[in-house]
Design a protein around this ligand. Structure first.
Ligand SMILES: [Ca+2]
Ligand SMILES: [Ca+2]
Length: 499
């Protein structure tokens, strides 16, 4: 019985294995991999027309007589692999806008040993891979043309250089090594390897976002150092953080995994299988962490440091003053344009309470008509767009420094917990000129966090009977019960009086 059972089990397992191999033998073995400009002596840099090389420094591509380069090691791609697409990514730095057409070129050789004059020439000749304008202070994603794809395909298994050449009227600089990895030039190459796998593959290291991901934003996971060969299949899996209980992600069978949302922190890895042998390996575990919604709001900022400035915001126990030209402590702050005070300890505000509001408007320049609005994300959906979330708006515009004052009634439906308040003052004479998101020319945006508490202090007041359930906290139990009884008697007395 036992032997027979084992025999049947073997047959079943073999059938399953054959089914598994059969299904996966038709899977696409296409690989998408990111190649970073390798660090090291003269792997990236700039060179001027006189032939002077700047090792590792691409930020000096600031004139028409400077060109940059980045070297990419493509030795991990088997020679003869079919390359279908290549995208070049790099980051620019500039304070000057320009619509000039810039160019990237492909060339071979070792910049370490190339003479400066030859390197300068090569950066701007060779094979043109992409000609386009570049945005200021942004990640550039440039798809290589067919000639560029062919250039990369012809040189996989080796090393290539990309030359960066600015347009004639352009003043862009380009960040390269030794900047952060995100700023380093990158080549994203999609290809089908030419060599068939024949043994247990290397799954490699899982790569992903280096910072916490906002819930509405997506993220991409990839593999670094994984075996590149035909016959390789991929299955991404996820687990509750630290649990080690893995579940395959439906449809996640490419070498990269792209998720359009990020609702909860999770662990991820990829099962890499050589379908020719059935051997599999698992990549390292990568944990994707989630940025709380209250750190993920739309941007709001002035584009000029001049004129209107929010000098003080007083709201409940919050009393925060600021001055012209000094940046707030929170991420993204720019002096006199956007001030992020979300790093301050959130002030507690009670639902159902009426909170006095005061906003002091000053100026860092001239005096013009301006308008103030305050927004609070009551329903904690990471936006200020829901009904009632514009909690204050000026009655009309005011010219020059003044105080805006009012009272904000926190709805009892406001969700308990931390959420964001945004104060926006804009040089405008109309209410519609003060948006919760986006840029405007003069004025300032200030952001704060608040903690909405349901264990309300309304018990101090006559509405205690509405919140008696939340008043049953051990330390205040007796006091609240006495108050409840008192107000109940008053209410009963009034009710009796009416009958
Ligand atoms: Ca301010
Ligand atoms: Ca909202």
């Amino acid at each position: 019985m036992t032997i027979s059972y084992k025999g049947n089990l073997r047959v079943k397992l073999l059938s399953l294995l054959l089914l598994f191999l059969g299904l996966n033998s038709t899977a696409i073995a296409q690989v998408t991999a990111t190649f970073y400009c390798s660090s090291g002596t003269y792997k990236t840099g700039s060179v001027n027309s006189a032939g002077t090389k700047n090792d590792g420094n691409m930020t000096t591509i600031n004139s028409s007589t400077n060109r940059g380069w980045a070297t990419f090691d493509l030795s991990s791609i088997p020679t003869g692999s079919t390359v279908s697409a290549v995208t070049l990514k790099f980051t620019t730095y500039s304070t000057t806008l320009s619509s000039a057409t810039n160019n990237v070129y492909g060339f071979l050789g070792d910049p370490v040993t190339m003479a400066g004059a030859s390197l300068y020439s090569s950066c701007g000749s060779g094979t043109s891979l992409n000609a386009s304008s570049w945005s200021a202070n942004a990640l550039q994603t440039k798809v290589l043309n067919a000639t560029g794809v062919a250039f990369v395909a012809a040189n996989v298994g080796g090393s290539i250089n990309i030359g960066f050449v600015r347009g004639s009227t352009n003043t862009y600089n380009i960040y390269g090594y030794p900047g952060a990895p995100a700023d380093q030039p990158q080549l994203v190459i999609t290809y089908v390897p030419s060599v068939a796998c024949s043994a247990t593959p290397t799954a490699g290291t899982t790569t992903g976002p280096t910072a916490a991901v906002c819930p509405s934003a997506g993220f991409t996971l990839g593999l670094s150092g994984a075996t590149a060969a035909s016959g390789i299949t991929y299955q991404w899996e996820s687990s509750v953080v630290g649990a080690g209980v893995w579940t395959p992600i439906a449809g996640a069978t490419a070498s990269t995994y792209v998720s359009s949302t990020a609702t909860a922190a999770a662990d991820y890895h990829c099962v890499v299988t050589c379908s020719n042998t059935g051997d599999a390996a698992v990549s390292t575990t990568f944990t994707v962490t989630i940025n709380p919604f209250y750190n993920c709001y739309c941007a709001s900022s002035a584009t000029s440091t001049a004129d209107e400035e929010i000098l003080n915001v007083t709201f409940g126990t919050l009393n925060n003053s600021s001055v012209c030209g000094v940046a707030a402590p929170g991420p993204g702050s720019t002096a006199s344009m956007y001030s992020n005070y979300s790093t301050l300890t959130p002030t507690t505000v009670f639902t159902g309470s009426a909170v006095p509001l005061s906003v002091q408007i000053g100026t860092c320049g001239g005096n013009y008509g301006n308008w103030t609005k305050v927004f609070i994300d009551y329903n904690q959906d990471g936006a200020f767009t829901s009904a009632g979330e514009e909690v204050y708006s000026s009655a009309t515009y005011t010219t020059g420094p003044h105080f805006e004052t009012g009272t904000v009634l926190i709805p009892t439906t406001a969700l308990i917990g931390v959420t964001r308040m945004r104060v926006v003052n804009v040089e405008t004479t109309v209410a519609s000129g003060v948006p919760a998101c986006g840029t405007y020319t003069w004025g300032e945006t200030e952001d704060y966090l608040f903690r909405y508490s349901g264990t309300t202090n309304l018990c101090r007041y006559t509405k205690c009977y509405n919140c008696i359930r939340s008043c049953f906290d051990l330390s205040k139990y007796k006091l609240h019960i006495k108050r409840f009884r008192f107000f109940s008697r008053v209410r009963n007395f009034l009710s009796m009086g009416k009958t």
